[in-house]
Write a protein that binds this ligand. Structure first.
Ligand SMILES: [Zn+2]
Length: 424
């Protein structure tokens, strides 16, 4: 088996590995690093493959698909789980909107996006698919976001199976059970390294703390604004608030609304579909005209996009409710350096409509990561116990340190060079 790390092995973003087994060439993920006109693609850009396996909807795993199919891959299927397909299209549609709102040209056209379903071959978890030359592919639950999968490849012949983690979470969250651990004897493991240097707080404790803080803020007459990613985090927050009996008006605004509607269609892929549906029933979906009337007169919770305050209705809430002096902002995800969310944490100032805006609100951060933390990653590798481990999809320091520490525990581990080729 041959592995090629297409230019992006040691960074967060643009995951793309080409695996060649016998005559078959499979791309594991087709990710980009989306940054407007500085968007980065896999290198060299893969122009051909017999199949593409997309682990989940996030753009750093799926964003290259429209470009890939707009060239000459008319007969190539891409495999993903049933919920991933509409979520991928949903996030790609959003990149067009974001790019156009910045008066830039999107890197693919609306037509490429419309054509995408034609190439999709949805696969349920734990149902192997056999390619023409005998190589078998199975998707396993990754516990990361709705429909997220690990890819298990069983080549024909004497090579041992290869497991690609995609993004994983081992411990269960409100939305998902933890990642599946296959019973196969794994020869090669490709594992994400995003949080190989960091531990996340205990999940149930964090959820209780978050809800207690929301409850106290409301009791003191504050409205709580929760900037959230549309896919995954927003739905999880609704469930957390509902399951912890936070009794208050909960409003949902922005792209999180359609992401929640999509998630309703695929709730069978969640840990507790019934609880999710009950949580959504209690939520008010906000129309644009009602947006201006929410939160000033009676304390409430507003979950709105964008999660890093880079746009979306969240900014109009911050602007308006800041004036009341009765606003708290609870951030629930990592804020990338350079984003509005990070500026808010570090300086208390946001850029809204190109101008600085001093925010009058207490800001708190909660680490609701959908990725495995350090201990979980080691636990994952130990449970799988592969012959060879490639530590990828993390900042360079995370990948190196993770590989180094795995070596100390007796594993044959490496943080692959971007663009490197390995025979396994
Ligand atoms: Zn992800």
């Amino acid at each position: 088996m041959r592995l090629e790390f297409l230019g992006a092995a040691r960074e967060v973003g643009r995951s793309c590995v080409r695996v060649t087994t016998g005559e078959l060439e499979v791309l594991l993920d087709a990710g980009i690093k989306f940054a407007g006109k500085n968007t980065a693609f896999p290198e060299p850009e893969p122009l051909h493959a017999d199949a593409v396996v997309v682990s989940h909807c996030h753009l750093d795993h799926s964003g290259f698909l429209p470009k890939f199919f707009s060239s000459n891959n008319r007969k190539t299927p891409y495999m993903c789980t049933p919920p991933s397909e509409p979520l991928i299209e949903f996030l790609l549609q959003d990149t067009i909107k974001i790019t156009e709102s910045r008066k830039q040209k999107p890197y693919f056209g609306a037509r490429d996006l419309r054509n995408l379903p034609r190439f999709c071959h949805p696969m349920a978890y734990r149902r192997p698919y056999v390619f023409f030359e005998g190589t078998e592919l199975e998707l396993l639950d990754a516990g990361h976001v709705l429909g997220s999968a690990q890819a298990l490849i069983r080549p024909k012949g004497k090579d041992k199976p290869l497991l690609y983690s995609g993004d994983i979470k081992l411990v269960q969250s409100k939305m998902h059970l933890g990642a599946d651990i296959p019973s196969d004897e794994i020869g090669t493991l490709l594992v994400e390294s995003t949080y190989a240097l960091r531990e996340h707080p205990d999940r149930p404790t964090l959820e209780r703390q978050f809800c207690a803080d929301v409850h106290n803020a409301l009791a003191d007459g504050y409205s709580v604004l929760v900037p959230s990613f549309a896919v995954g985090r927003a739905q999880e927050l609704l469930m957390i608030l509902h399951d912890n009996n936070v009794r208050a008006q909960v409003y949902l605004d922005g792209m999180a609304q359609s992401a929640t509607e999509l998630a309703m269609e695929y709730s069978s892929y969640m840990r507790d579909a019934r609880s999710f549906r009950e949580a959504v029933k209690m939520v008010h979906f906000v129309s644009e005209e009602k947006r201006r009337r929410i939160g000033e007169n009676s304390p409430c919770i507003i979950v709105a996009t964008a999660g890093m305050l880079e746009g979306g209705p969240i900014l109009s809430y911050v602007k308006r409710l800041s004036k009341t002096g009765k606003l708290k902002i609870f951030l629930t995800g990592f804020q990338v350096p350079g984003t509005n969310g990070r500026k808010l944490v570090e300086t208390g100032v946001l850029r809204i409509d190109g101008k600085p805006f001093k925010v009058n609100a207490e800001v708190r951060m909660y680490d609701f990561s959908a990725h495995a933390g350090r201990d979980e990653l080691f636990d994952y590798v130990e449970q799988i116990n592969p012959e060879k481990v490639f530590c990828m999809h993390g900042e360079a320091e995370s990948c190196f340190t993770f590989a180094e520490q795995l070596k100390q525990r007796g594993f044959d581990a490496v943080a692959p060079e971007p663009g490197s080729v390995h025979e396994v």
